[in-house]
Design a protein. Structure first.
Length: 286
């Protein structure tokens, strides 16, 4: 159970290309060298940059670490760089942007991770008055919830053993919502992608449940989503190449049968019952 790290790199890089119209200077702040995630994310972003028509200049820089360390490392490099129009960040995005603020530089269009500090910059009010256009593509903490539910279904013989790829929760400066996908009163290090944020969400939980483990008042997810009634194993083998495990690409966009039990999983994941009561009450009427 995981996300597609190659697509992480591609989605962020494509956003920069589109917003910058193929022009300008972009720096890539890569992750921990030698790790699978770093290799795949960099490969995805580099593939987009190589095939971009226009005059965009991409420059890679390794500045791994927690946001404060990235803030110092970025600050040390900014004086030697030309005007930067966009940044692609594998992690610690808010630290990179704070270095631009410290240096009095214009805020670049930014593709980054799911840090709350970064998403605060995407809000219309900005972070301490400083706003940035960008996309937040998060490696979701709720992978653990979906994995537990998958394990439960496998043990109950309701789902075949298989590898599953789920889509990333994504927020942009056009879709970010104060108190829903960005939280000015919470620490910058809080990962705001604890819940999915796309229309056909995989998991929807409220911030109180994420912080305390206690259910939130409101409708349960059973009022928000529908299930596949039988799971991924019910898909015809002709919907994917023979021998390849099903992924999110194989899942239908919508289903018609209502759920009979509460679920933390959206229409792209099989029929499910939440592993904890904390996730059952999701406050999904948003």
């Amino acid at each position: 159970m995981n996300t597609d790290q190659l697509k992480f790199g591609q989605q962020g890089a494509q956003f920069l290309v589109d917003r910058l119209h193929g022009k300008g200077n972009v720096i890539m702040v890569t992750g921990v060298a030698g790790t699978f995630a770093d290799h795949e994310r960099n490969k995805g972003a580099s593939g987009v940059s190589r095939h971009t028509r226009g005059s965009t200049s991409w420059r890679s820089t390794a500045a791994t670490g927690i946001p404060p360390r990235l803030r110092r490392a970025t600050a040390a490099q900014l004086p030697s760089l030309p005007q930067i129009d966009g940044v692609w960040v594998s992690g610690g995005t808010d630290g990179v942007l704070k270095a631009f603020v410290d240096a009095g530089k214009p805020m670049p269009v930014t593709a980054g991770e799911g840090e709350n500090g970064f998403r605060r910059f995407l809000l219309p009010t900005g972070y301490n008055g400083k706003s940035a256009a960008g996309i937040s593509v998060g490696q979701p903490p709720f992978l653990s919830l979906v994995s537990l539910e998958l394990a439960r279904q496998i043990l109950a013989k309701k789902h075949a053993k298989s590898n599953i790829t789920i889509p990333f929760p994504i927020v942009t400066d056009k879709t970010v919502k104060n108190g829903v996908t960005a939280f000015p009163k919470l620490p910058d290090s809080f990962f705001a992608d604890f819940t999915d944020s796309v229309p056909k969400a995989t998991v929807v939980i409220c911030v109180q449940a994420a912080l305390t483990g206690k259910p939130c008042a409101g409708r349960s997810t059973s009022a928000c989503h529908k299930d596949l009634s039988g799971g991924l194993a019910a898909f015809p083998s002709s919907s994917r190449p023979r021998g390849r495990p099903p992924t999110a690409r194989d899942w239908p966009d919508s289903v018609s049968q209502p759920m009979t039990t509460p679920s933390i999983l959206g229409p792209r994941v099989a029929h499910s019952t939440p592993p904890t009561s904390a996730v059952r009450s999701a406050g999904c009427a948003r």
